[in-house]
Design a protein around this ligand. Structure first.
Ligand SMILES: O=C(O)C(=O)C[C@]1(C(=O)O)C=C[C@@H](O)C=C1
Length: 366
């Protein structure tokens, strides 16, 4: 075959491609119209009988060289694409989605603005144990220019015999330390009945991984004005995670932050598996700020820094980690918290990486 012949044949294919393209889109527009009609009539969009009949006609009329199997395969793809088009067209845009709101949500915690593109570090002890302990951490955070402190007062523990937290007393200690050092404070609430009173002491309500689908808690958090940080459930898909955030937003509270904290996989060398791909996906799908909890996702002090860098490089609005003045005697998560000198070192390295201070460009919506 001469070079001429090849380019002639290719030219013919190019022409056919364009005709096919026009025909496919003409077909898609009609399928969309059918979708509208079906919606009005309340008919199921997927119609396997209709698809089967079309395939029968097509294979009967098929003169080759494509085999009947190939023709069936190709048309099934077209039916599937048409169905997807009908469904995506009519899917209500979620409040959490960029389809609903394209601009990034910025949450103002009394002057500390989250979601602006300038990342934040949220740090503090796993559990509030004493005033002395929380004050020591708050002092260290302040010295590092950190604005948001975390601390657990209500601790949902795997074993009922483990330390369950100081409760309201713990929230009071957090508030006192936060006021003393000019910090904002975040703490987990586990009972819907505590949501309202929590707002008197803390700046952000955390809903933990184990409660991501506690719908009564989500609804309660949605009915107050206090910002919420929602953690991804242990085995939650990203879709389930966003639906959980939707529960909060649909009740009127639009100040929601998302937090990837690792998911459960077969891997044993980390406590959970940090799903770094969740960060750009959530940023693309949703306008809400996204954090990464590098302590719970890894459960290892030795890889906190690379995971923090990865989170920020992937577009996270911040990271969360656990810091304790004396992790060896901590009442919970003793193995994974870092002490204050290690935290200072960590911050120094993170700053040196240029990822912490840098301002990210907001991703475009999809
Ligand atoms: O004919 C319909 O009822 C359609 O919705 C169109 C169409 C198609 O693309 O041909 C799409 C999805 C259905 O499963 C069946 C057929």
């Amino acid at each position: 075959m001469s070079e001429h012949q090849l380019s002639d044949l290719r030219e013919k294919l190019d022409e056919i491609n364009l005709k096919l393209l026009a025909l496919l889109n003409e077909r898609a527009s009609i399928a969309k119209e059918i979708g509208e009609v079906k919606k009005k009539q309340g008919i199921n969009k997927f119609d396997p009988e209709r698809e089967q009949k079309m395939l029968e006609v097509l294979t009967k009329e098929n003169k080759g060289p494509f085999s009947d199997e190939t023709i069936s395969y190709l048309f099934k793809q077209i039916f599937k694409a048409s169905l997807d088009l009908q469904q995506s067209d009519q899917k209500e845009a979620l409040l959490v989605s960029r389809k609903k709101k394209n601009s990034d949500t910025v949450i103002d915690l009394g002057g500390t603005r989250v979601g602006t593109g300038r990342p934040h570090v949220i740090a503090g002890p796993c559990a509030v144990e004493s005033e002395e302990q929380v004050f020591a951490v708050a002092r260290a955070l302040k010295a590092q220019g950190i604005e948001i402190m975390r601390g657990g007062a209500f601790k949902p523990r795997t074993s009922p015999y483990d330390f369950q937290g100081l409760g309201l007393e713990g929230l009071k200690i957090l508030r006192k330390a936060a006021d003393e050092f000019g910090l904002k404070v975040i703490s987990e609430i586990v009972n819907p009945a505590d949501i309202e009173v929590a707002g008197e002491y803390i700046d952000v309500i955390q809903i933990g991984a184990r409660n991501m689908q506690n719908f009564e808690l989500l609804k309660a958090a949605g009915s107050v004005n206090t910002p919420v940080l929602l953690k991804r459930g242990l085995s939650a898909t990203l879709e389930e995670f966003l639906f959980a955030a939707e529960y909060i937003m649909s009740r009127g509270n639009d100040q929601v932050m998302l937090c990837e904290r690792g998911i459960r996989t077969y891997e044993k060398w980390t406590r959970n598996t940090l799903d770094i791909s969740a960060v750009p996906i959530l940023k693309n799908e949703s306008h809400l700020p996204v954090f990464v909890d590098i302590t719970h996702s890894t459960g290892r002090r030795d890889i906190l820094l690379p995971c923090a860098k990865a989170a920020l490089a992937a577009g996270a609005d911040g990271i969360m980690l656990e810091v304790h003045p004396n992790p060896a005697v901590a009442l919970s998560d003793a193995k994974q918290q870092i002490d204050i000198p290690s935290f200072d070192h960590f911050m120094g390295e993170l700053r040196a990486s240029g990822l912490f201070e840098q301002s990210k460009t907001a991703p475009t919506g999809v």
